[in-house]
Write a protein that binds this ligand. Sequence first.
Ligand SMILES: CC(C)(COP(=O)(O)OP(=O)(O)OC[C@H]1O[C@@H](n2cnc3c(N)ncnc32)[C@H](O)[C@@H]1OP(=O)(O)O)[C@@H](O)C(=O)NCCC(=O)NCCS
Length: 380
Amino acid sequence: MSDELKKGLEGVLVAESGLSYIDGDEGRLVYRGYTIEDLARGASYEEVLYLLWHGELPTETELDEFAGDMAAERAVDDDVIDTVRDLAAADEVPMAAVRTAVSELSAFDADADGEEPTDREANLAKGKRLTAKLPTVIAAFTRLRDGEEPVEPREDLSHAGNFLYMLNGEVPDDVMEEVFDQALVLHADHGLNASTFSAMVTSSTLADLHSAVTSAIGTLSGSLHGGANQNVMEMLKEVDESGKDPVQWVEDALDNGDRVAGFGHRVYNVKDPRAKILSEQSEELGEAAGDTKWYEMSVAIEEYMQEEKGLAPNVDFYSATTYYQMGIPTDIYTPIFAMSRVGGWIAHVLEQYEDNRLIRPRARYVGPKDQTFTLIDERE
Ligand SMILES: CC(C)(COP(=O)(O)OP(=O)(O)OC[C@H]1O[C@@H](n2cnc3c(N)ncnc32)[C@H](O)[C@@H]1OP(=O)(O)O)[C@@H](O)C(=O)NCCC(=O)NCCS
């Protein structure tokens, strides 16, 4: 047994996976052998889900059936909507609300009882339901806390289009639907990131899929992981309001010992390939609206961080301005990340169940040994 300590499990291989491959030096990401650029350009989120869960791209007939099954699962039980209503009234933070609602969804899932937690068919059915219902929960929460009633899902729209419809009460135009669909594709899987690993740890105890996804949502919420996209936008708004030059603002923040959200990555040493695609989206949305302020500010910060700190932007840096320019409220950027990554979490849990071994590492004990115990009334 090795006693070498690997803090943060950096570089430690813990599993074999056929899902996504990351080359951190070349800035390459592939899902099951297909580049993220090809998938973002040519495949819908539903196609990517099929690819991740079934191992190959669907034919048109397979995709129609798969997407149709998922679309039929979008509605959420009234009891879950009531919980979401209560959470919105209590000003719960969005990621916590989503976590609670997803946990409650298991009470209404037809396959949640009586099946072995590792049953692949039952998990595929549960996975479709969870993925289909997550956008409904997020849109309902957002509308309720903004004082509006939820909008019922529609089965005739795509996964991306239906979410924007439920959020805004209007069917999005083709550009908005396409940009959002691409963002979902880009976030769907990313090796053993912290939330995915969390889902794997939970499923490795033979806990069920809803428990694994609930764990993963909690893990994604932190500012070092999924929470960064919201922080990026809040930072850019602060820079804008300060009236300072963006580079000066960032320099001051770094001098203050702060981290700049949206930069750095455990795996990439160069610009994240997803950030490249999203920066193009952000620029195009700015140009279409006749205001490239956010894009230009982002580019100035990117150039400074790269030159001065050797840190490149990650996926969150440009997803922030992309969502902002689509009119999406800042505090649901991380729930949107969850809405996409749920596909990856489910795919990794399926892999984990197929070749399970309990995940249980060790810590080096550095506490005291051989203390003498005294009863409480004898302690000073
Ligand atoms: C993503 C992240 C957690 C990876 O962290 P990590 O692999 O553990 O790397 P470390 O935290 O050890 O950072 C290595 C060095 O880079 C610096 N660094 C990393 N990211 C930084 C950032 N965003 N801003 C400023 N400095 C940063 C650290 O201060 C550290 O410097 P030091 O060695 O002088 O102390 C980290 O880059 C970060 O906090 N980024 C901001 C949050 C974010 O965007 N998260 C989303 C990731 S997709």
